[in-house]
Design a protein around this ligand. Structure first.
Ligand code: BGC
Ligand code: NOJ
Length: 811
């Protein structure tokens, strides 16, 4: 069942009922000001950091699930309704929500009044615009009352939901004309405040939540709206809100438009102490002046749309397959931007206060983002590397605002260092900018310890070399990519974090997955050493990679698949010797995509085992058989009920690893079959089962052991976005950036047909036509570049070229 449809021309998903199985959300904002917005206008805004600079309040774990947001109420006689249906839930005569790229549109129709809301965050500004147009489609005059509503968050979202003894006395607002200023905490910080304003005179306002709602009401029945009259309350402490009242008379056929702006204003550092407690309104007036008229709003909106058109033109495919084109050209790249911006911080499943930027997460997000805005990728790499420790290990997370490592979580996830190599290599392969390797980057944000980025990569590499266990495989530490595989956590007590270590932290648990990563990214490190002319280091790196390769084949192979790990007692994890959890997906995908066991014929076997033991119609499960018992020696993984999350869920993130592995082996049918199973466009029809948004990937789909087999959870913020984009764009469609230029090596399913690709790379526009006259799955028989035949399948890079035509013949 579907709850809407794709509109590819408009690049929108059109939701046709407010009653989606779960809130279906969108993200507004590209740089600093961000909003989450659901299909019923729920959500919140923040600037730069969802924890530290939260602008509006949202209650996670609410009842109903999604009922705080930025709302417009329309009072038409005795009928009160919202264009996005919530929170009054008054049945609408028509409803539509269109989630687009950085904007959402809502259309609600009730009793002959049509309301159209357009909401977006303009480029390079710290505000959100909501324009509402109300139209009278009847033949009688309408006297409407329109109310806006946002609830302020007292900035630190974590403190906001805990420290009531203080917070209920700190709220401060100021109302000037149609502008409501939120000033809480300005007296101590004196550097930021917020404003909510409308481009017309108001007929009333409220800023105290209690006055607006009434002491016993929720936001579905605000007293003020019922009465049709604001109380002009000025909040003092308690819960400040911002409400505008507009009395709107509409003649038959008449439409009026109002522009609301929710802005965040930051003073210059120097301004901080000049005028204590007096907010710098000039900056606000300047901002509001930028969006006073419809023309200004139209223009800002057009700039946003052009921005996306330009960004998405960097990788554009035209194939015979609409669903592939839709995902590649629109939604998958869009989700890559969102994961790049948010890492795993703020979604409807991540509260914005728990996790900031993940070290491994953000490095992987780069893989899907780097072609879009290489400069931002560059800056991100430096930020991430700045949280690394001198021994090569790293803070697992850092706070977006301060960019400092999160000491509560600390380090010890032994895969982290290698992801830095992955992200940096992707950046250099994309841009050719190897100057980044000479950039001076601190350790643990301590500038006195700055060293060239290349040294950071060496520390990453050597961290693995210096931390091996009894089988010469990498020590896993607190966990590797699989956060729940806490093989050294035998001291965890009930209620304690699995990743908190007691004194008995075991030094010996080993990860075959990290070994696979080391082979893959160790070789990429060696290539960077070559690029830098350091042949000695390259040779050393390759020798280490070879040792690791051998160690995997010796002690990481179980006969039919790769073992997952050795626990702290040196018992195998993910082996047929185990009672439960006999096979895990991660080492199969990663070892094979790294090329381990290909020439020995083992890789093929591993892939067959995945197909036989882990595959389902909704995707490949992370492990089988599911753990039915709690295993103290394995940690969090066995704490989940069978079929959910890391315990035999379909963890979408590592499905593309297997798909890529299949392309390494040349099986285009299987690679594509795996791609399709978790691909949003392909599972739109089962939205009632899948439940999460049909335009983006979810982190997890419940596995076959779960009650709700096929149900998605944790949509949006997942490494799945970057990895599936890598899979489809670089391996299946086969345009892979090497250090020397684009390599074209598609691996497609039977009957996929010819396709065309536009790819902007290092400033050159490539127009690539791939034909497949003999319908092969892999292999390039010839290639011409601007009409000239070239050897091999790497397009020689010529920076003086502007447009280059490439003809590729598979065969
Ligand atoms: C989840 C993991 C997640 C981790 C983050 C665990 O509870 O299962 O998916 O990565 O928390 O700390
Ligand atoms: C989600 C985390 O964000 C990611 O870092 C981790 O690799 C996966 N869960 C698997 O545990």
């Amino acid at each position: 069942m579907k709850f809407g449809h794709f509109d590819d021309d408009a690049r929108e998903y059109v939701i046709t009922t407010p009653k989606t199985p779960l809130p279906w959300i969108n993200y507004l904002g590209n740089q600093e000001f961000f909003s989450l917005i659901s299909n019923t206008c729920g959500g919140y805004s923040f600037c730069k950091d969802a924890k530290l600079l939260r602008i509006t309040r949202y209650r996670y774990n609410n009842i109903p699930y999604d009922n705080n947001g930025k709302y417009f109420y329309i009072k038409d006689g005795n009928t009160i309704w919202n264009p996005g249906w919530q929170p009054t839930k008054t049945a609408l005569d028509e409803y539509e929500c269109r989630h687009g790229l950085g904007y959402s549109k809502f259309k609600g129709v009730k009793n002959g009044v049509e309301a159209n809301v357009l909401t977006f965050v303009p480029m390079n500004d710290r505000c959100e615009i909501s324009r509402i147009k109300v139209k009278n489609t009847t033949s009688l005059t309408k006297e409407l009352k329109l109310f806006s509503y946002v609830e302020w968050c007292l900035w630190n979202a974590d403190d906001d939901e805990r420290n009531f003894q203080r917070n209920l006395s700190t709220g401060e607002v100021e109302v000037i004309g149609s502008s409501i200023f939120h000033k809480t905490e300005y007296r101590e910080r004196r550097n930021h405040f917020a404003v909510y304003s409308v481009n017309t005179e108001v007929d009333g306002f409220d800023t105290s939540r209690e006055s607006f709602l009434g002491p016993y009401n929720g936001n579905d029945t605000p007293d003020v709206v019922t009465e049709g009259k604001c109380t002009n309350s000025v909040a003092s402490g308690w819960s400040p809100v911002a409400v505008h009242q507009l009395n709107v008379t509409l003649e038959p056929g008449e439409e009026k438009s109002f522009v609301f702006v929710l802005g965040y204003i930051e003073n210059d550092e120097n301004d901080k102490w000049e005028a204590p407690n007096v907010i710098k309104k000039d900056l606000a007036w300047e901002m509001l002046d930028r969006y006073k008229t419809d023309e200004q709003v139209d223009k800002a909106f057009a700039v946003l749309c052009d921005y996306w058109t330009n960004l998405l033109s960097k990788y554009h495919v035209k194939s015979s397959n609409d669903k592939v084109d839709r995902m590649v050209n629109i939604w998958n790249q869009y989700q890559c931007m969102v994961t790049f911006n948010m890492s795993r911080s703020a979604s409807y499943y991540e509260s914005g206060i728990g996790r900031g930027m993940g070290f491994r997460d953000s490095c992987q997000d780069l893989l899907g983002f780097v072609h879009l805005i290489p400069d931002r990728a560059r800056a991100r790499i430096i930020d991430i590397a700045s949280t690394q420790f001198e021994d090569g290990s790293a803070y697992h997370q850092y706070q977006p605002l301060t960019k400092k490592g999160n000491a509560d979580i600390g380090s010890g996830f032994n895969d982290d260092p290698l992801w830095l190599i992955a992200g940096t290599s992707a950046y250099i392969r994309e841009t050719g900018d190897d100057s980044i390797l000479d950039e001076m980057v601190p350790f643990d944000n301590d500038e006195s310890k700055a060293t060239p980025l290349m040294n950071h990569l060496k520390r990453s590499f050597d961290y693995i070399v210096n931390h091996k266990g009894p089988h010469k495989l990498p020590l896993i530490g607190r966990a590797d990519w699989n956060d729940c595989l806490n093989l050294n956590c035998f001291s965890a007590h009930p209620g304690e974090s699995f990743q908190t270590f007691g004194p008995s932290e075991g030094p010996v648990a080993e990860s075959v997955f990290i070994a696979g990563m080391f082979v893959k990214y160790g070789e990429e490190y060696a290539q960077l050493c070559d690029l830098k002319g350091d042949a000695k280091e390259a040779e050393y790196a390759r020798a280490q990679v070879q040792e690791m390769y051998d160690a995997v084949l010796k002690d990481g192979w179980d006969g039919e698949w790769f073992i997952r790990a050795y626990d702290a007692y040196s018992h195998k994890v993910g082996s047929k010797e185990c009672e439960e959890g006999q096979i895990f997906i991660e080492p199969q995908g990663f070892c094979v995509l790294a090329g381990i066991g290909v020439k020995e014929g083992l890789a093929q076997k591993a892939m067959e085992s995945v197909k036989e033991k882990l595959d389902t119609k909704y995707g490949i499960m992370i492990l089988q058989p599911a753990y039915t018992k709690y295993h103290l020696e394995l940690g969090e993984v066995s704490s989940y009920p069978p079929g959910y999350k890391e315990n035999a869920g379909i963890f979408c993130h590592n499905n593309p690893w297997v798909s890529i592995a299949e392309t390494v082996l040349g099986d285009g049918d299987r690679a594509f079959e795996i791609y399709k199973k978790t691909c949003p466009a392909y599972i739109e029809d089962i939205s009632e089962i899948h439940c999460t948004e049909p335009y983006v990937y979810s982190q997890m789909v419940a596995g076959k052991d779960a009650k709700f087999f096929g149900q998605g959870k944790n949509s949006w913020l997942t490494g799945t976005a970057a990895w599936t984009f890598t899979d489809i764009s670089q391996y299946i469609l086969g345009v892979y950036p090497t250090l020397n230029g684009l390599q074209i090596n598609p691996c497609v399913p039977d009957g996929f047909g010819d396709f065309d690709l536009d790819r902007t790379y290092r400033g050159v526009n490539y127009h690539i036509h791939v034909s497949n006259p003999s319908n092969v799955q892999k292999g390039v028989s010839s290639m011409t570049v601007d009409g000239k035949a070239v050897e091999g399948n790497v397009i020689p890079f010529d920076s003086s070229a502007k447009d280059v035509t490439v003809n590729v013949v598979m065969g």
